[in-house]
Design a protein around this ligand. Structure first.
Ligand SMILES: Nc1ncnc2c1ncn2[C@@H]1O[C@H](COP(=O)(O)OP(=O)(O)OP(=O)(O)O)[C@@H](O)[C@H]1O
Length: 251
C-alpha cells in the first residue's frame, strides 16, 4: 500500500542568540492511509513543532515530506491547508467568531475553493448542516444561526472538528484539541472525534497528554522526546502497554 504521509529525515532548527537549537532531529515516519496515530511526549518534546513542520508553519532545515503522493516539503502553508486540516487546543482558533455556525460550515465545505457565501446556497445546505451538527450530541444543530462566539467551548470545538473534516482532508492534525475542556466535555469531544475519524477512515495524528486516551484511541502510538521519535507502537504492541509503562517516558 502506498503511504499517505512520509517524513524522511526531517530536521527543524531555530537560531537562539548565537547558536542553532535543533527542535526536530532526523524524523522518519510513515503513515498508511487511515492510520490514526496518538502522539505523546513531555512539554517541549517537539510535538507541536512536528505539526508545524508538516503544515509549513516552520521551515525544514533538512528532509522531505510527502502527503498523498505530493511532495510538500517547501510548499507554502496556504497551499498545504488545502490538504491538511488542524484543530487547536483553543476553541477560539478554529472558527470565525462573528459568523454563524452555518456560515462557518459553509466556508469549510468550500475549503480550497473561492470563499464566497451566497445566502441561497447557504439555505440549501441548512438541512445537511443540521444533520451533521446533530452528530455531535451537544445541541449544535439548534445553534446553526448563532454567531460562534456565543457557543460553549465544547460546542465550538465540536464545530471546529466538523469544519476540519467536512471536506475530507488528506491529513487531520489534532493538537491537544480537548485540553481546554472540562473532563466530561473532553470525553464527549473525544467520542465525536473517534466517530468522525474511524467512520471516514481519515489519516489522523492526535497530540494528547491524556495517557488513557493515548492507549484507547487510534491504531498506533508514537512518543517524542527532545525532538526525536523514541517509540512507535502498532496496535498489537500498544495492547501490552499500561499507563504506568507510558509514565516512564516522562521521567
Ligand atoms: N519558533 C521557535 N523558536 C524558538 N524555539 C521554539 C520555537 N518553536 C518551538 N520552540 C521550542 O521548541 C521546543 C519544542 O516545542 P513544542 O511546542 O514543539 O513542544 P511540545 O512537545 O508541543 O510541548 P507542549 O506539550 O508543551 O505543547 C520547546 O523548547 C520550545 O520552546
Amino acid at each position: 500500500m502506498t503511504d499517505q504521509l512520509t517524513l524522511e529525515h526531517v530536521a527543524v532548527n531555530v537560531a537562539v542568540e548565537t547558536h542553532v537549537k535543533p527542535l526536530l532531529q532526523a524524523i522518519d515516519l510513515r503513515l498508511a492511509p487511515g492510520d490514526y496515530v496518538c502522539v505523546l511526549g513531555t512539554n517541549g518534546a517537539g510535538k507541536s513543532t512536528l505539526f508545524n513542520a508538516i503544515t509549513g508553519d516552520i521551515p525544514l532545515a533538512a528532509g522531505k515530506i510527502t502527503l498523498a503522493g505530493q511532495e510538500i516539503s517547501h510548499e507554502k502553508p496556504e497551499k498545504r491547508a488545502r490538504l491538511i486540516a488542524r484543530v487547536f487546543q483553543d476553541p477560539k482558533m478554529g472558527t470565525a467568531p462573528r459568523m454563524t455556525v452555518a456560515e462557518n460550515l459553509a466556508l469549510a465545505s468550500r475549503r480550497g475553493q473561492r470563499l464566497t457565501l451566497a445566502s441561497r446556497q447557504l439555505r440549501q445546505q441548512l438541512p445537511a448542516f443540521a444533520q451533521l451538527a446533530a452528530q455531535t450530541g451537544n445541541g449544535l444543530e439548534k445553534a446553526l444561526d448563532k454567531p460562534t462566539e456565543q457557543l460553549s467551548g465544547g460546542q465550538r470545538q465540536a464545530l471546529s472538528l466538523l469544519m476540519a473534516t467536512l471536506k475530507r482532508p488528506e491529513l487531520l492534525l489534532l493538537d491537544e484539541h480537548t485540553a481546554a475542556l472540562d473532563p466530561k466535555t473532553s470525553e464527549a469531544i473525544m467520542a465525536v472525534t473517534d466517530k468522525l475519524v474511524t467512520q471516514e477512515q481519515l489519516t489522523c495524528m492526535m497530540i494528547t497528554h491524556h495517557l488513557e486516551d493515548a492507549l484507547k484511541y487510534g491504531n498506533r502510538l508514537i512518543i517524542l522526546s527532545a525532538g526525536k521519535i523514541v517509540a512507535d507502537y502498532d496496535t498489537k504492541a500498544r495492547q501490552q502497554l499500561t499507563a504506568a509503562d507510558l509514565l516512564t517516558y516522562f521521567g
